[in-house]
Design a binder for this molecule. Sequence first.
Ligand code: HEC
Ligand code: HEC
Length: 376
Amino acid sequence: MKRVLVWDVPTRLFHWLFAASFVAAWLTSESDRWLSVHTFFGYLMLGLACFRLAWGVAGGHYARFGSFLYSPMAGLAYLRQVLSGGGARYLGHNPAGSQSVYLLLALGLTVCLTGLFTQGGEEQHGALAGVVSIAAGRIIKEGHEVTATLMLLLVFGHLAGVALESWLHKENLPRSMVTGMKDAPKDAPASEPYRLAGAAMLAAVAAFGVWWFFYALHQPIEKRLGFGQDTPHVAFVGAKLPDNALWRDECGSCHLAFHPNLLPIRSWQRIMAEQEKHFGTDLALDETTGKALLDFLVSNAAENSNREAAVKISGSIKPGDTPSRITETPYWVKKHGEITGAEWRSPKVKSKVNCAACHLDAEAGTFEDAAMHIPR
Ligand code: HEC
Ligand code: HEC
């Protein structure tokens, strides 16, 4: 017997970074507050999985797919042998382990891709912003959650397999994934360490992290650490909403110019028809101005928008109702139900209509989760 290098440096780095990214993404998946961290690890996992596919062709002896091409049947047969106390020892991946490598890679890629589509659809955000509709995004999100759960189960299976193998062959497999070394028969081939490729990989991951947290999420460090949030913690990515100077001018002089996507067509028609008694004031708009405003409001109303807020607000209104207030729509009421009386009365808020006090992107009309903060 001799000690040989089985796992080259990039393979070991891949293994631990991939595992850590999955755990981190899992832990940050529940709250929108951590969405930017969650997506960071998603992109990292995607990059790592692509790297592993390439390394499976170009990497060290034991990392190459060619060295562990076993069929699922061979994997099952091996599993049966192991469970009955037998099963040969493999230096590289054994037939069952190889199946979990393939499955984890396939699931990892699926989780990342469905995540990208979820974000691009449901939030109209990220690299695939607007590529699919909100409705499609929501369906894809189910797939994202299911595949992530399957992956978690597979990770547990993998851990059980590693524990069983370690016990069966009296060797510490997790440690060899750290050191790369294993005891091997005299004639067993050794892998190159590929230290340079490993260093390049670490540098790429570090550069991506620095770029993401210090550039893409451009925000002063104290804000990022959670002392208040005066800027959105994720820059808005996606198509800008339609704008119009006349509308900003006429409808933005007394209050925020409420973006047309926040109410359905019939509401804007009602508001413009009642412009002479607009919440106690007379807007006194002449006919041409009124018509031009109505045109802009109607053509960009909720029905004609694919924004999350537009779809959810108009979806919440009963077909027979024509609210003249956004703040009376069921979705708005539900979303703001947990804000306390003291928070509403805060001098920085004062009124429900003062959307911009809590939504840093209210002017743009996007109402992103990431741009929301309650002033204290
Ligand atoms: C002369 C001042 C003034 C102008 C100009 C004005 N509004 Fe208003 N608007 C008000 C007042 C006052 C309220 C009630 C605010 C409150 O409840 O605190 C209001 C409320 C609203 C609301 C309901 C907000 C809610 O509670 O969800 C909408 C929608 C609205 N305005 C649309 C418009 C549109 C569209 C225009 C342009 C055609 C416009 N406003 C121009 C004074 C104005
Ligand atoms: C006192 C602060 C405050 C004010 C004022 C306020 N909001 Fe909000 N808004 C919130 C909070 C907090 C949430 C997040 C609720 C949640 O998701 O748990 C929210 C959520 C929303 C959402 C849902 C966003 C999403 O993607 O789920 C929309 C749309 C929205 N607000 C629109 C408005 C509009 C329009 C106004 C003004 C008419 C307004 N808000 C005024 C605090 C405020």
